[in-house]
Ligand binder design. Structure first.
Ligand code: DPP
Ligand code: ZN
Length: 874
């Protein structure tokens, strides 16, 4: 397969004006007629260049140029392109008729059928499976669409933009609908949906008083499950007006929920398509986690209307321009409407679980990559989550007001354009007056920077010296790293638990509690530090770095109890727990330290000023994957699991009284509400249950079973079950069977049923997963189903995935090989679970490597899978 390079970017020789598309829908063979206005691109000095259009899996029927039918000798058709060597060097119109095969499309890219509904997914390069065109984001055109289809099977006919004419087609059972999108857009934002769908409606009035019709389309019978999504949509629309001054720009905004979808959701202009798990919610079908996800994904896709659609990307290397920025925007949205501290902790947990391992392994790539084989492989945690961290750092460095000015400038300069990361960062620089040249390294350099801390304190001189050194480990293709500018939130906490003034030598008392490490090494000298302080660094996780030498446990415990920065209070608990688990792994059991850790936890859990959600987070130990990433080599996932479990047991036993008290206090029979308080209460309740079960399995089984028996909403049901499935015994099996009986008619709940079993850290889990792969409800055709069983096993259950006999690896490889011919995007995504094989202990390393080699040795691999597996093998 070919590699595509950023440095090879070339604009197209012909630009497109209007594109008119006519679809005659049939599941087996859909006819697409296009009429496209082209004109030579004045910015390109290649007179007479051929017109080379992208197209895949299309049956070409005819080509007309300016109304004249072209003889096939005038053009060339390959598996990937239509080339017309000789086109006029003035505006011309091309008309093409092609056939595509939606029913046979198992890749879920292009036009396909999901549960009898026609739908499209065009990002990144799916449009080329619909018709021949320039399938790249820098070619923006005005779309007019006419859809014709059978009235009975497809009463609903949707595309982007505003609705136009519609009605019956004389002489048959078909009807048509026309859509007109006034905003020029690239191919990847095109969408079409047609089928028998039910509808929820609402109206939104924008801040300038325009009425926007809101519609959410779902499977018939599920209309009553869209209320929460609709509210989230209206809240998002309001928030974007208030925080960024951005208003919606069409007469109608539509969302369609489908059950077969490769991604979470897609921001097509005016017609978002969603994986239905991120739309449908009722208290008895969705958990708190589902509610929070629905809210933030609705917001994310809506926010793309400006950051992504109005201003799009010049090429796919600029993907973070829309994704990193839009994740940052959705994070801010959630922070504003829920708890900022809880959101920050959740995001950092996710960054550490997904992005840090990616950045430290064979698939590491810069936030703006320089090459790819398959672009679909670059919808990664690095592009999204680290990309968002870069936006956050820019806001931290210039302040919220200047950041807003920079955003305004970005829209003023680039609205309607396909922009680059340079364009965006230039707006930051121009609006703030700050130089961002060095900052750009963050976009170009892969790897997680490591900061080493050295402190000295001189009581007599009241002088505190902080020396910080940064280094970024080598990543594939990037051996030498440059220093990056690192903004560090900082506090010097005095013995009374209060922050002391930050009086920096040569600067004076800092206005903002922030220092910047721009060079490889720097010493900060603080004056008038009357007592030896405890350092609280990288407050709020102001930079996506790793502090290499964490302070000793007693200091962490002090911060856990006292730090004025909520994030760092949590961070300190993670560091302390991590240190305790590490100590166990190397044989030393520090009884005194464990006891003081438990005491510190007790202080937190009994503090009535702290909210439930925060307490729940404080009870959560660092994940096994996270611990493994920090250790970095010779990993024995079984040993990590045991050491972590042993600490859990001590916590469960040592805090039994407090935990039981919280268990009683968090009981409620009030009607379900997915608001922050109630969500927090339930999250604490189930963290407490897990902790109690960790200390005493029998007690865990008893409480979980009791809770399950009286559960009236899905959060309570899953909360109880997710603990119960970790505890072997007849109760577990009975509960699993009962859940299926109760919920087998609801595909989203059947997904949960698979996921619960795949998540259990038991040695019986791989065998259970193999059994479930033969269950009548299991299918490789549905991405959510694959993710809930095989994805959960391989990405969320390190203990079972890394089973000593290698069966976890074999299951994953078997699945990947069976899936790849059907859906390469998902098979490649699954394969990333192997990426950290190189840090395993020898025996597991060999087992995992053998599976990777087995995959790579298979003929006919997709480009997607080939890229992931070959890069993983290094
Ligand atoms: N649908 C994906 C997202 O919104 C890709 N654009 O992130
Ligand atoms: Zn996005």
């Amino acid at each position: 397969p070919q590699t595509v390079y950023l440095k090879d970017y070339q604009p197209v020789p012909y630009l497109a004006g209007e594109i008119f598309l006519r679809f005659v829908l049939e599941p087996e063979a859909t006819e697409v007629a296009s009429r496209i206005e082209f004109r030579p691109n004045p910015a390109v000095q290649r007179k007479g260049a051929p017109l080379v259009l992208d197209g895949e899996r299309l049956e070409l029927k005819s080509v007309q140029l300016d109304g004249e039918l072209l003889d096939p000798s005038r053009y060339e058709v390959t598996a990937t392109h239509l080339t017309i060597a000789d086109v006029p060097q003035r505006p011309f119109t091309l008309e093409i008729i092609t056939i595509c095969h939606p029913k046979a499309n198992s890749e879920l890219s292009g036009l396909y059928v999901s549960s009898n509904v026609f739908c499209t997914q065009c990002e990144a390069e799916g449009f080329r499976r619909i018709t021949y065109f320039y399938d790249r984001p820098d070619v923006m055109a005005r779309y007019k669409v006419r859809i014709e289809g059978p009235k009975a099977a497809c009463p609903v006919l949707l595309s982007n933009g505003n609705p136009g004419a519609s009605g019956p087609i004389p002489g048959g059972d078909c009807h048509f609908a026309e859509w007109d999108d006034p905003h020029p857009k690239p191919t990847y934002l095109f969408a079409l949906v047609a089928g028998n769908l039910a509808l929820a409606r609402d109206v939104y009035v924008t801040k300038s008083g325009r009425k926007v019709e809101l519609r959410i389309y779902v499977e018939t019978g599920k209309e009553n499950r869209c209320g929460f999504a609709m509210e989230a949509l209206k809240t998002s629309m309001r928030w974007d007006e208030e925080r960024f001054g951005l208003e919606y720009d069409l007469d109608i905004f539509m969302i369609v929920a489908v059950s077969d979808f490769n991604m979470g959701a897609m921001e097509n202009k005016g017609l978002n398509v969603f994986n239905d798990k991120y739309i449908l919610a009722l208290p008895e079908t969705a958990t708190d986690v589902d509610y929070v996800n629905i809210e933030s994904i609705i917001a994310h896709e809506y926010f793309h209307n400006w950051t992504g659609n109005r201003i799009t990307c010049r090429d796919w290397f600029q993907l973070c321009l829309k994704e990193g920025l839009t994740v940052f925007r959705d994070q801010e949205f959630t922070s504003d409407i829920r708890s900022r501290a809880v959101k920050r902790i959740a995001d950092v947990k996710r960054l550490r679980a997904d992005q840090f391992p990616e950045d430290g392994g064979p698939l590491a790539h810069p936030v703006r990559p320089v090459s790819y084989i398959e672009i679909n492989n670059f919808y990664t945690a690095t592009v999204y989550e680290k990309g968002a961290e870069l936006c956050r750092m820019m806001q931290t460095l210039i302040g919220r007001d200047a950041f807003r000015k920079a955003m305004d400038l970005y829209f003023a300069r680039h609205d309607g354009e396909a922009a680059t990361v340079e364009d965006f960062v230039r707006c930051m620089a121009d609006a703030s007056g700050r130089n961002f040249d060095q900052f750009f390294t963050w976009y170009e350099q892969a790897g997680t920077p490591e900061v080493t801390v050295t402190e000295t304190y001189n009581e007599a001189a009241r002088a505190y010296e902080l020396t910080l050194e940064q280094a970024t480990p080598a990543t594939p293709g990037q051996a030498d790293k440059k220093p990056v500018p690192i903004p560090l939130g900082i506090g010097l906490v005095g013995p009374d638990g209060r922050d002391m003034p930050l009086d920096l030598d040569g600067v004076g008392v800092l206005n903002e509690p922030l220092i910047e490490l721009n060079e490889a090494k720097k010493t900060f000298r603080f004056r008038n530090v009357v007592k030896k302080p405890v350092l609280s660094l990288n407050r709020g996780f102001s930079a996506p770095i790793r502090i290499k030498n964490a302070a000793p446990i007693p200091e962490q415990l002090f911060l856990m109890k006292n730090d004025g920065d909520t994030f760092n209070r949590w961070e300190a608990s993670q560091r302390a727990a991590h240190a305790l688990i590490r100590a166990r792994l190397s044989g030393g059991v520090p009884a005194a330290d464990t006891k003081s850790f438990i005491d510190a936890l007790r202080t937190v859990l009994t503090d009535s000023r702290l909210d439930d959600a925060f307490k729940a987070l404080m009870l959560g130990l660092p994940g096994e994957q996270e611990i493994a990433t920090l250790i970095g080599r010779d990993i024995d996932p079984g040993a990590i699991h045991e050491a972590r479990d042993a600490l859990r047991a001590e916590i469960g036993q040592g805090l039994k009284d407090v935990l039981l008290d919280l268990w009683r206090k968090t009981e409620s029979h009030a009607p379900f509400r997915p608001d922050p308080d109630e969500t927090g209460r339930r999250s604490l309740r189930y963290a407490v249950l897990q902790a109690l079960a960790g200390g005493n399995a029998a007690l865990g089984i008893e409480l979980a079973s009791e809770q399950l028996a009286q559960a009236t909403n899905m959060t309570d049901e899953i909360g109880a079950l997710s603990t119960l499935v970790t505890l072997e015994g007849p109760e577990r099996e009975a509960a699993i069977a009962a859940f299926h009986d109760r919920h087998k008619g609801d595909h989203l709940l059947v997904d949960k049923w698979f996921a619960l079993q795949a998540s259990a850290p038991l040695s019986s889990t791989p065998a259970r997963v193999r059994e479930l792969m033969r269950h009548p409800d299991f299918t490789l055709a549905n991405p959510n189903r694959v993710r809930s069983l095989i994805g959960v096993l391989s990405m969320a259950n390190p203990f079972a995935f890394h089973a000593e006999d290698g069966d976890g690896y074999a299951i994953l490889a078997d699945t990947i090989l069976a899936l790849d011919p059907k859906n390469p995007q998902v098979s490649a995504r699954m394969a990333t679970a192997f990426r950290s094989w190189g840090m395993l202990e020898e025996k597991r390393q060999a087992l995992a490597k053998a599976q990777l080699e087995r995959i790579l040795g298979t003929t006919g691999l997709s480009r997607d899978l080939f890229e992931i597996v070959s890069k993983s093998l290094g």
